[in-house]
Design a protein around this ligand. Structure first.
Ligand code: G3H
Length: 511
């Protein structure tokens, strides 16, 4: 953290639309509160780094104070009371307008993603556009699902007369604290914000340090929609270490939706008695049976393992290959891995720098440990600052850290197994349980093993992935709690309210 005038990487593109976010006097981005872009009273800034430019300073943004956190929650609650009374169809129209603004103004968001998290150009553009689609779908889904409720009559209960009619419908929780991760600072923000808003909630958003400016731009797309109350989407910035616990423990938070790493375990312990939705790490296994289509499996492993340089909770993080086909499979994966382009996100290289030097050091440590214990490198180890060339590590065994830990980088380990029981060990003995995938031509075998895999999702003949964004998405064990996806998030961000009509006499008595 530094004093207020140390500058940042510069003003956003996109002309007038995004210019209020940036203060040229401080060279830093403002935070969003009660419909205004403001500088923090702290006078302090946080800076993030450009992962692909030797970690040089990238963007500066506000180090918000606790008083500002209090004000954000108070303003969000006031906005929520107003928003919750706006008819559902009008809320949906306003969300669709936000989606449209995001589509129109996606290029500067993509540019920020390139600069602050080294996301390859095409993926950065996809993230912005996918987010617009997600908002739109949430608006439509909410219109359908939130309109329905139950009507329950009293006389089904033993001894009761038909003199009470109970109407049960869904109401908003209040203010949802949304904490997205660095790897999808826009998409995993809107995957929380859009369901929350359509259900009638307000949001307080705490963006990650890497990815902060992209998230601020996303928020501008909601702020600019006519009719959205000021304060409905508040964005409080700063280091998690300084304000994170305060935001999580705050009495103003009525629900917490978090995506990230192990910090989530601490967040869930600190959360008050509010619904919590957590998407944390994963060690997604790809089990390849002897009868599998090896070309299909190899393509999925390379896509699943190396997209965004492996920095996805759903990346393939261990390949479990049956001995009979392991050599052939690894050869195909190696061939495809060697064709991946490595370089700058602006040039749309497939492999770009990982998010920080600390992350690169951690990844290197895992690979070194595996090699020291006898693993075989199928590609040459190469690293330049945060940039790590895609790394395929064969003959990994259970004694190696790489077998169980999550690299969150461009590293794919391979273990070889002889039986289904052995294969399952690498799934079910993991502390994680997000997704897994199985390659076989035998549907009975696929369903059989899928039933025994202790993960939130199993993909058959395809790589792990969260999307399409309306699919349920959940992890077990240390991979999370609650189920996400647009439909489930709307459900989770509401509670049931019942209104009981007490009749003067049982309704059938009037006949
Ligand atoms: O990093 C965690 C994300 O939820 C993964 O999403 O499968 O769309 O890459 P994805």
């Amino acid at each position: 953290m530094g004093s207020g005038h140390e500058g940042g990487a510069g003003a956003p593109g996109g002309g007038e639309f995004y210019s209020p976010l940036y203060n040229p006097d401080t060279g830093a981005y403002r935070f969003l509160i009660d419909g205004e872009w403001r500088d923090s009273a702290s006078g302090q800034l946080v800076h993030n780094a450009n992962p692909s430019k030797g970690n040089e300073r990238c963007f500066g943004f506000q180090a918000c104070t606790r008083d500002e956190v209090d004000a954000a929650y108070a303003g969000a609650k006031a906005a929520q009371r107003q928003w919750g009374r706006i008819p559902l169809n009008k809320r949906a129209s306003m969300l669709k307008a936000a989606a449209e603004l995001m589509r129109q103004h996606h290029a500067p968001i993509a540019d920020a993603l390139i600069r602050e998290i080294a996301k390859p150009k095409k993926d950065a553009t996809t993230e912005a556009k996918r987010s617009a689609d997600l908002i739109e779908y949430a608006a439509e889904e909410g219109c359908r699902s939130l309109a329905k409720g139950d009507m329950i009559t009293s006389d089904s209960f033993p001894g009761a007369e038909r003199d009470k009619l109970c109407m049960a419908h869904k109401v908003p929780l209040g203010v949802v604290l949304c904490i997205p991760p660095f790897n999808y600072p826009v998409n995993l923000a809107v995957s929380k914000i859009a369901p929350a808003l359509i259900a009638g909630n307000a949001c307080v958003v705490k963006p990650p340090t890497q990815g902060c400016v992209s998230a601020l731009m996303m928020a501008q797309c909601f702020k600019k929609v006519p009719g959205i109350p000021a304060g409905l989407v508040q964005v409080v910035t700063g280091r998690g270490a300084d304000i994170g616990d305060y935001m999580v423990e705050h009495p103003g938070a009525n629900c917490i939706s978090f995506t990230g790493g192990d910090t989530g375990l601490a967040v869930s312990r600190k959360a008050r008695m509010v619904p919590v939705q957590m998407e944390l790490g994963g060690k997604d296994a790809c089990i390849v049976f002897p009868d599998a289509d090896l070309d299909l499996a190899a393509t999925a492993i390379v896509k699943g393992g190396f997209s965004y340089s492996g920095q996805r909770c759903t990346a393939v993080k261990i390949v479990v290959a049956f001995e009979e086909i392991a050599d052939a499979l690894v050869a195909k994966v190696e061939e495809k891995t060697r064709k991946l382009t490595v370089g700058q996100p602006e040039d749309d290289a497939q492999i770009t720098a990982v998010v920080s030097a600390a992350s690169a050091d951690f990844i290197q440590g895992l690979v070194e440990d595996a090699v020291a214990k006898g693993a075989t490198m199928r590609t040459e180890w190469r690293r330049d600052a945060n940039l790590i060339w895609p790394c395929l590590v064969d003959d990994v065994t259970a004694e190696m850290r790489l077998c169980w830990e999550e690299p969150f980088g461009p590293v794919v380990p391979v273990v070889r197994v002889g039986t289904e029981e052995e294969a399952l060990r690498y799934v079910n003995e993991s502390k994680y349980g997000l997704q897994g995938c199985v390659f076989t031509r035998d549907i009975d075998r696929a369903i059989g093993i899928a039933d025994r895999m202790e993960t939130g999702t199993v993909q058959i003949n395809g790589p792990p992935a969260r999307g399409p964004d309306h699919f349920p998405f959940q992890g077990v064990k240390d991979s999370g709690i609650g189920s996400q996806g647009i439909v489930n998030s709307i459900e989770m961000m509401t509670k049931v309210k019942t209104t009981v009509i007490n009749l003067a006499k049982p309704s059938y008595a009037t006949a």
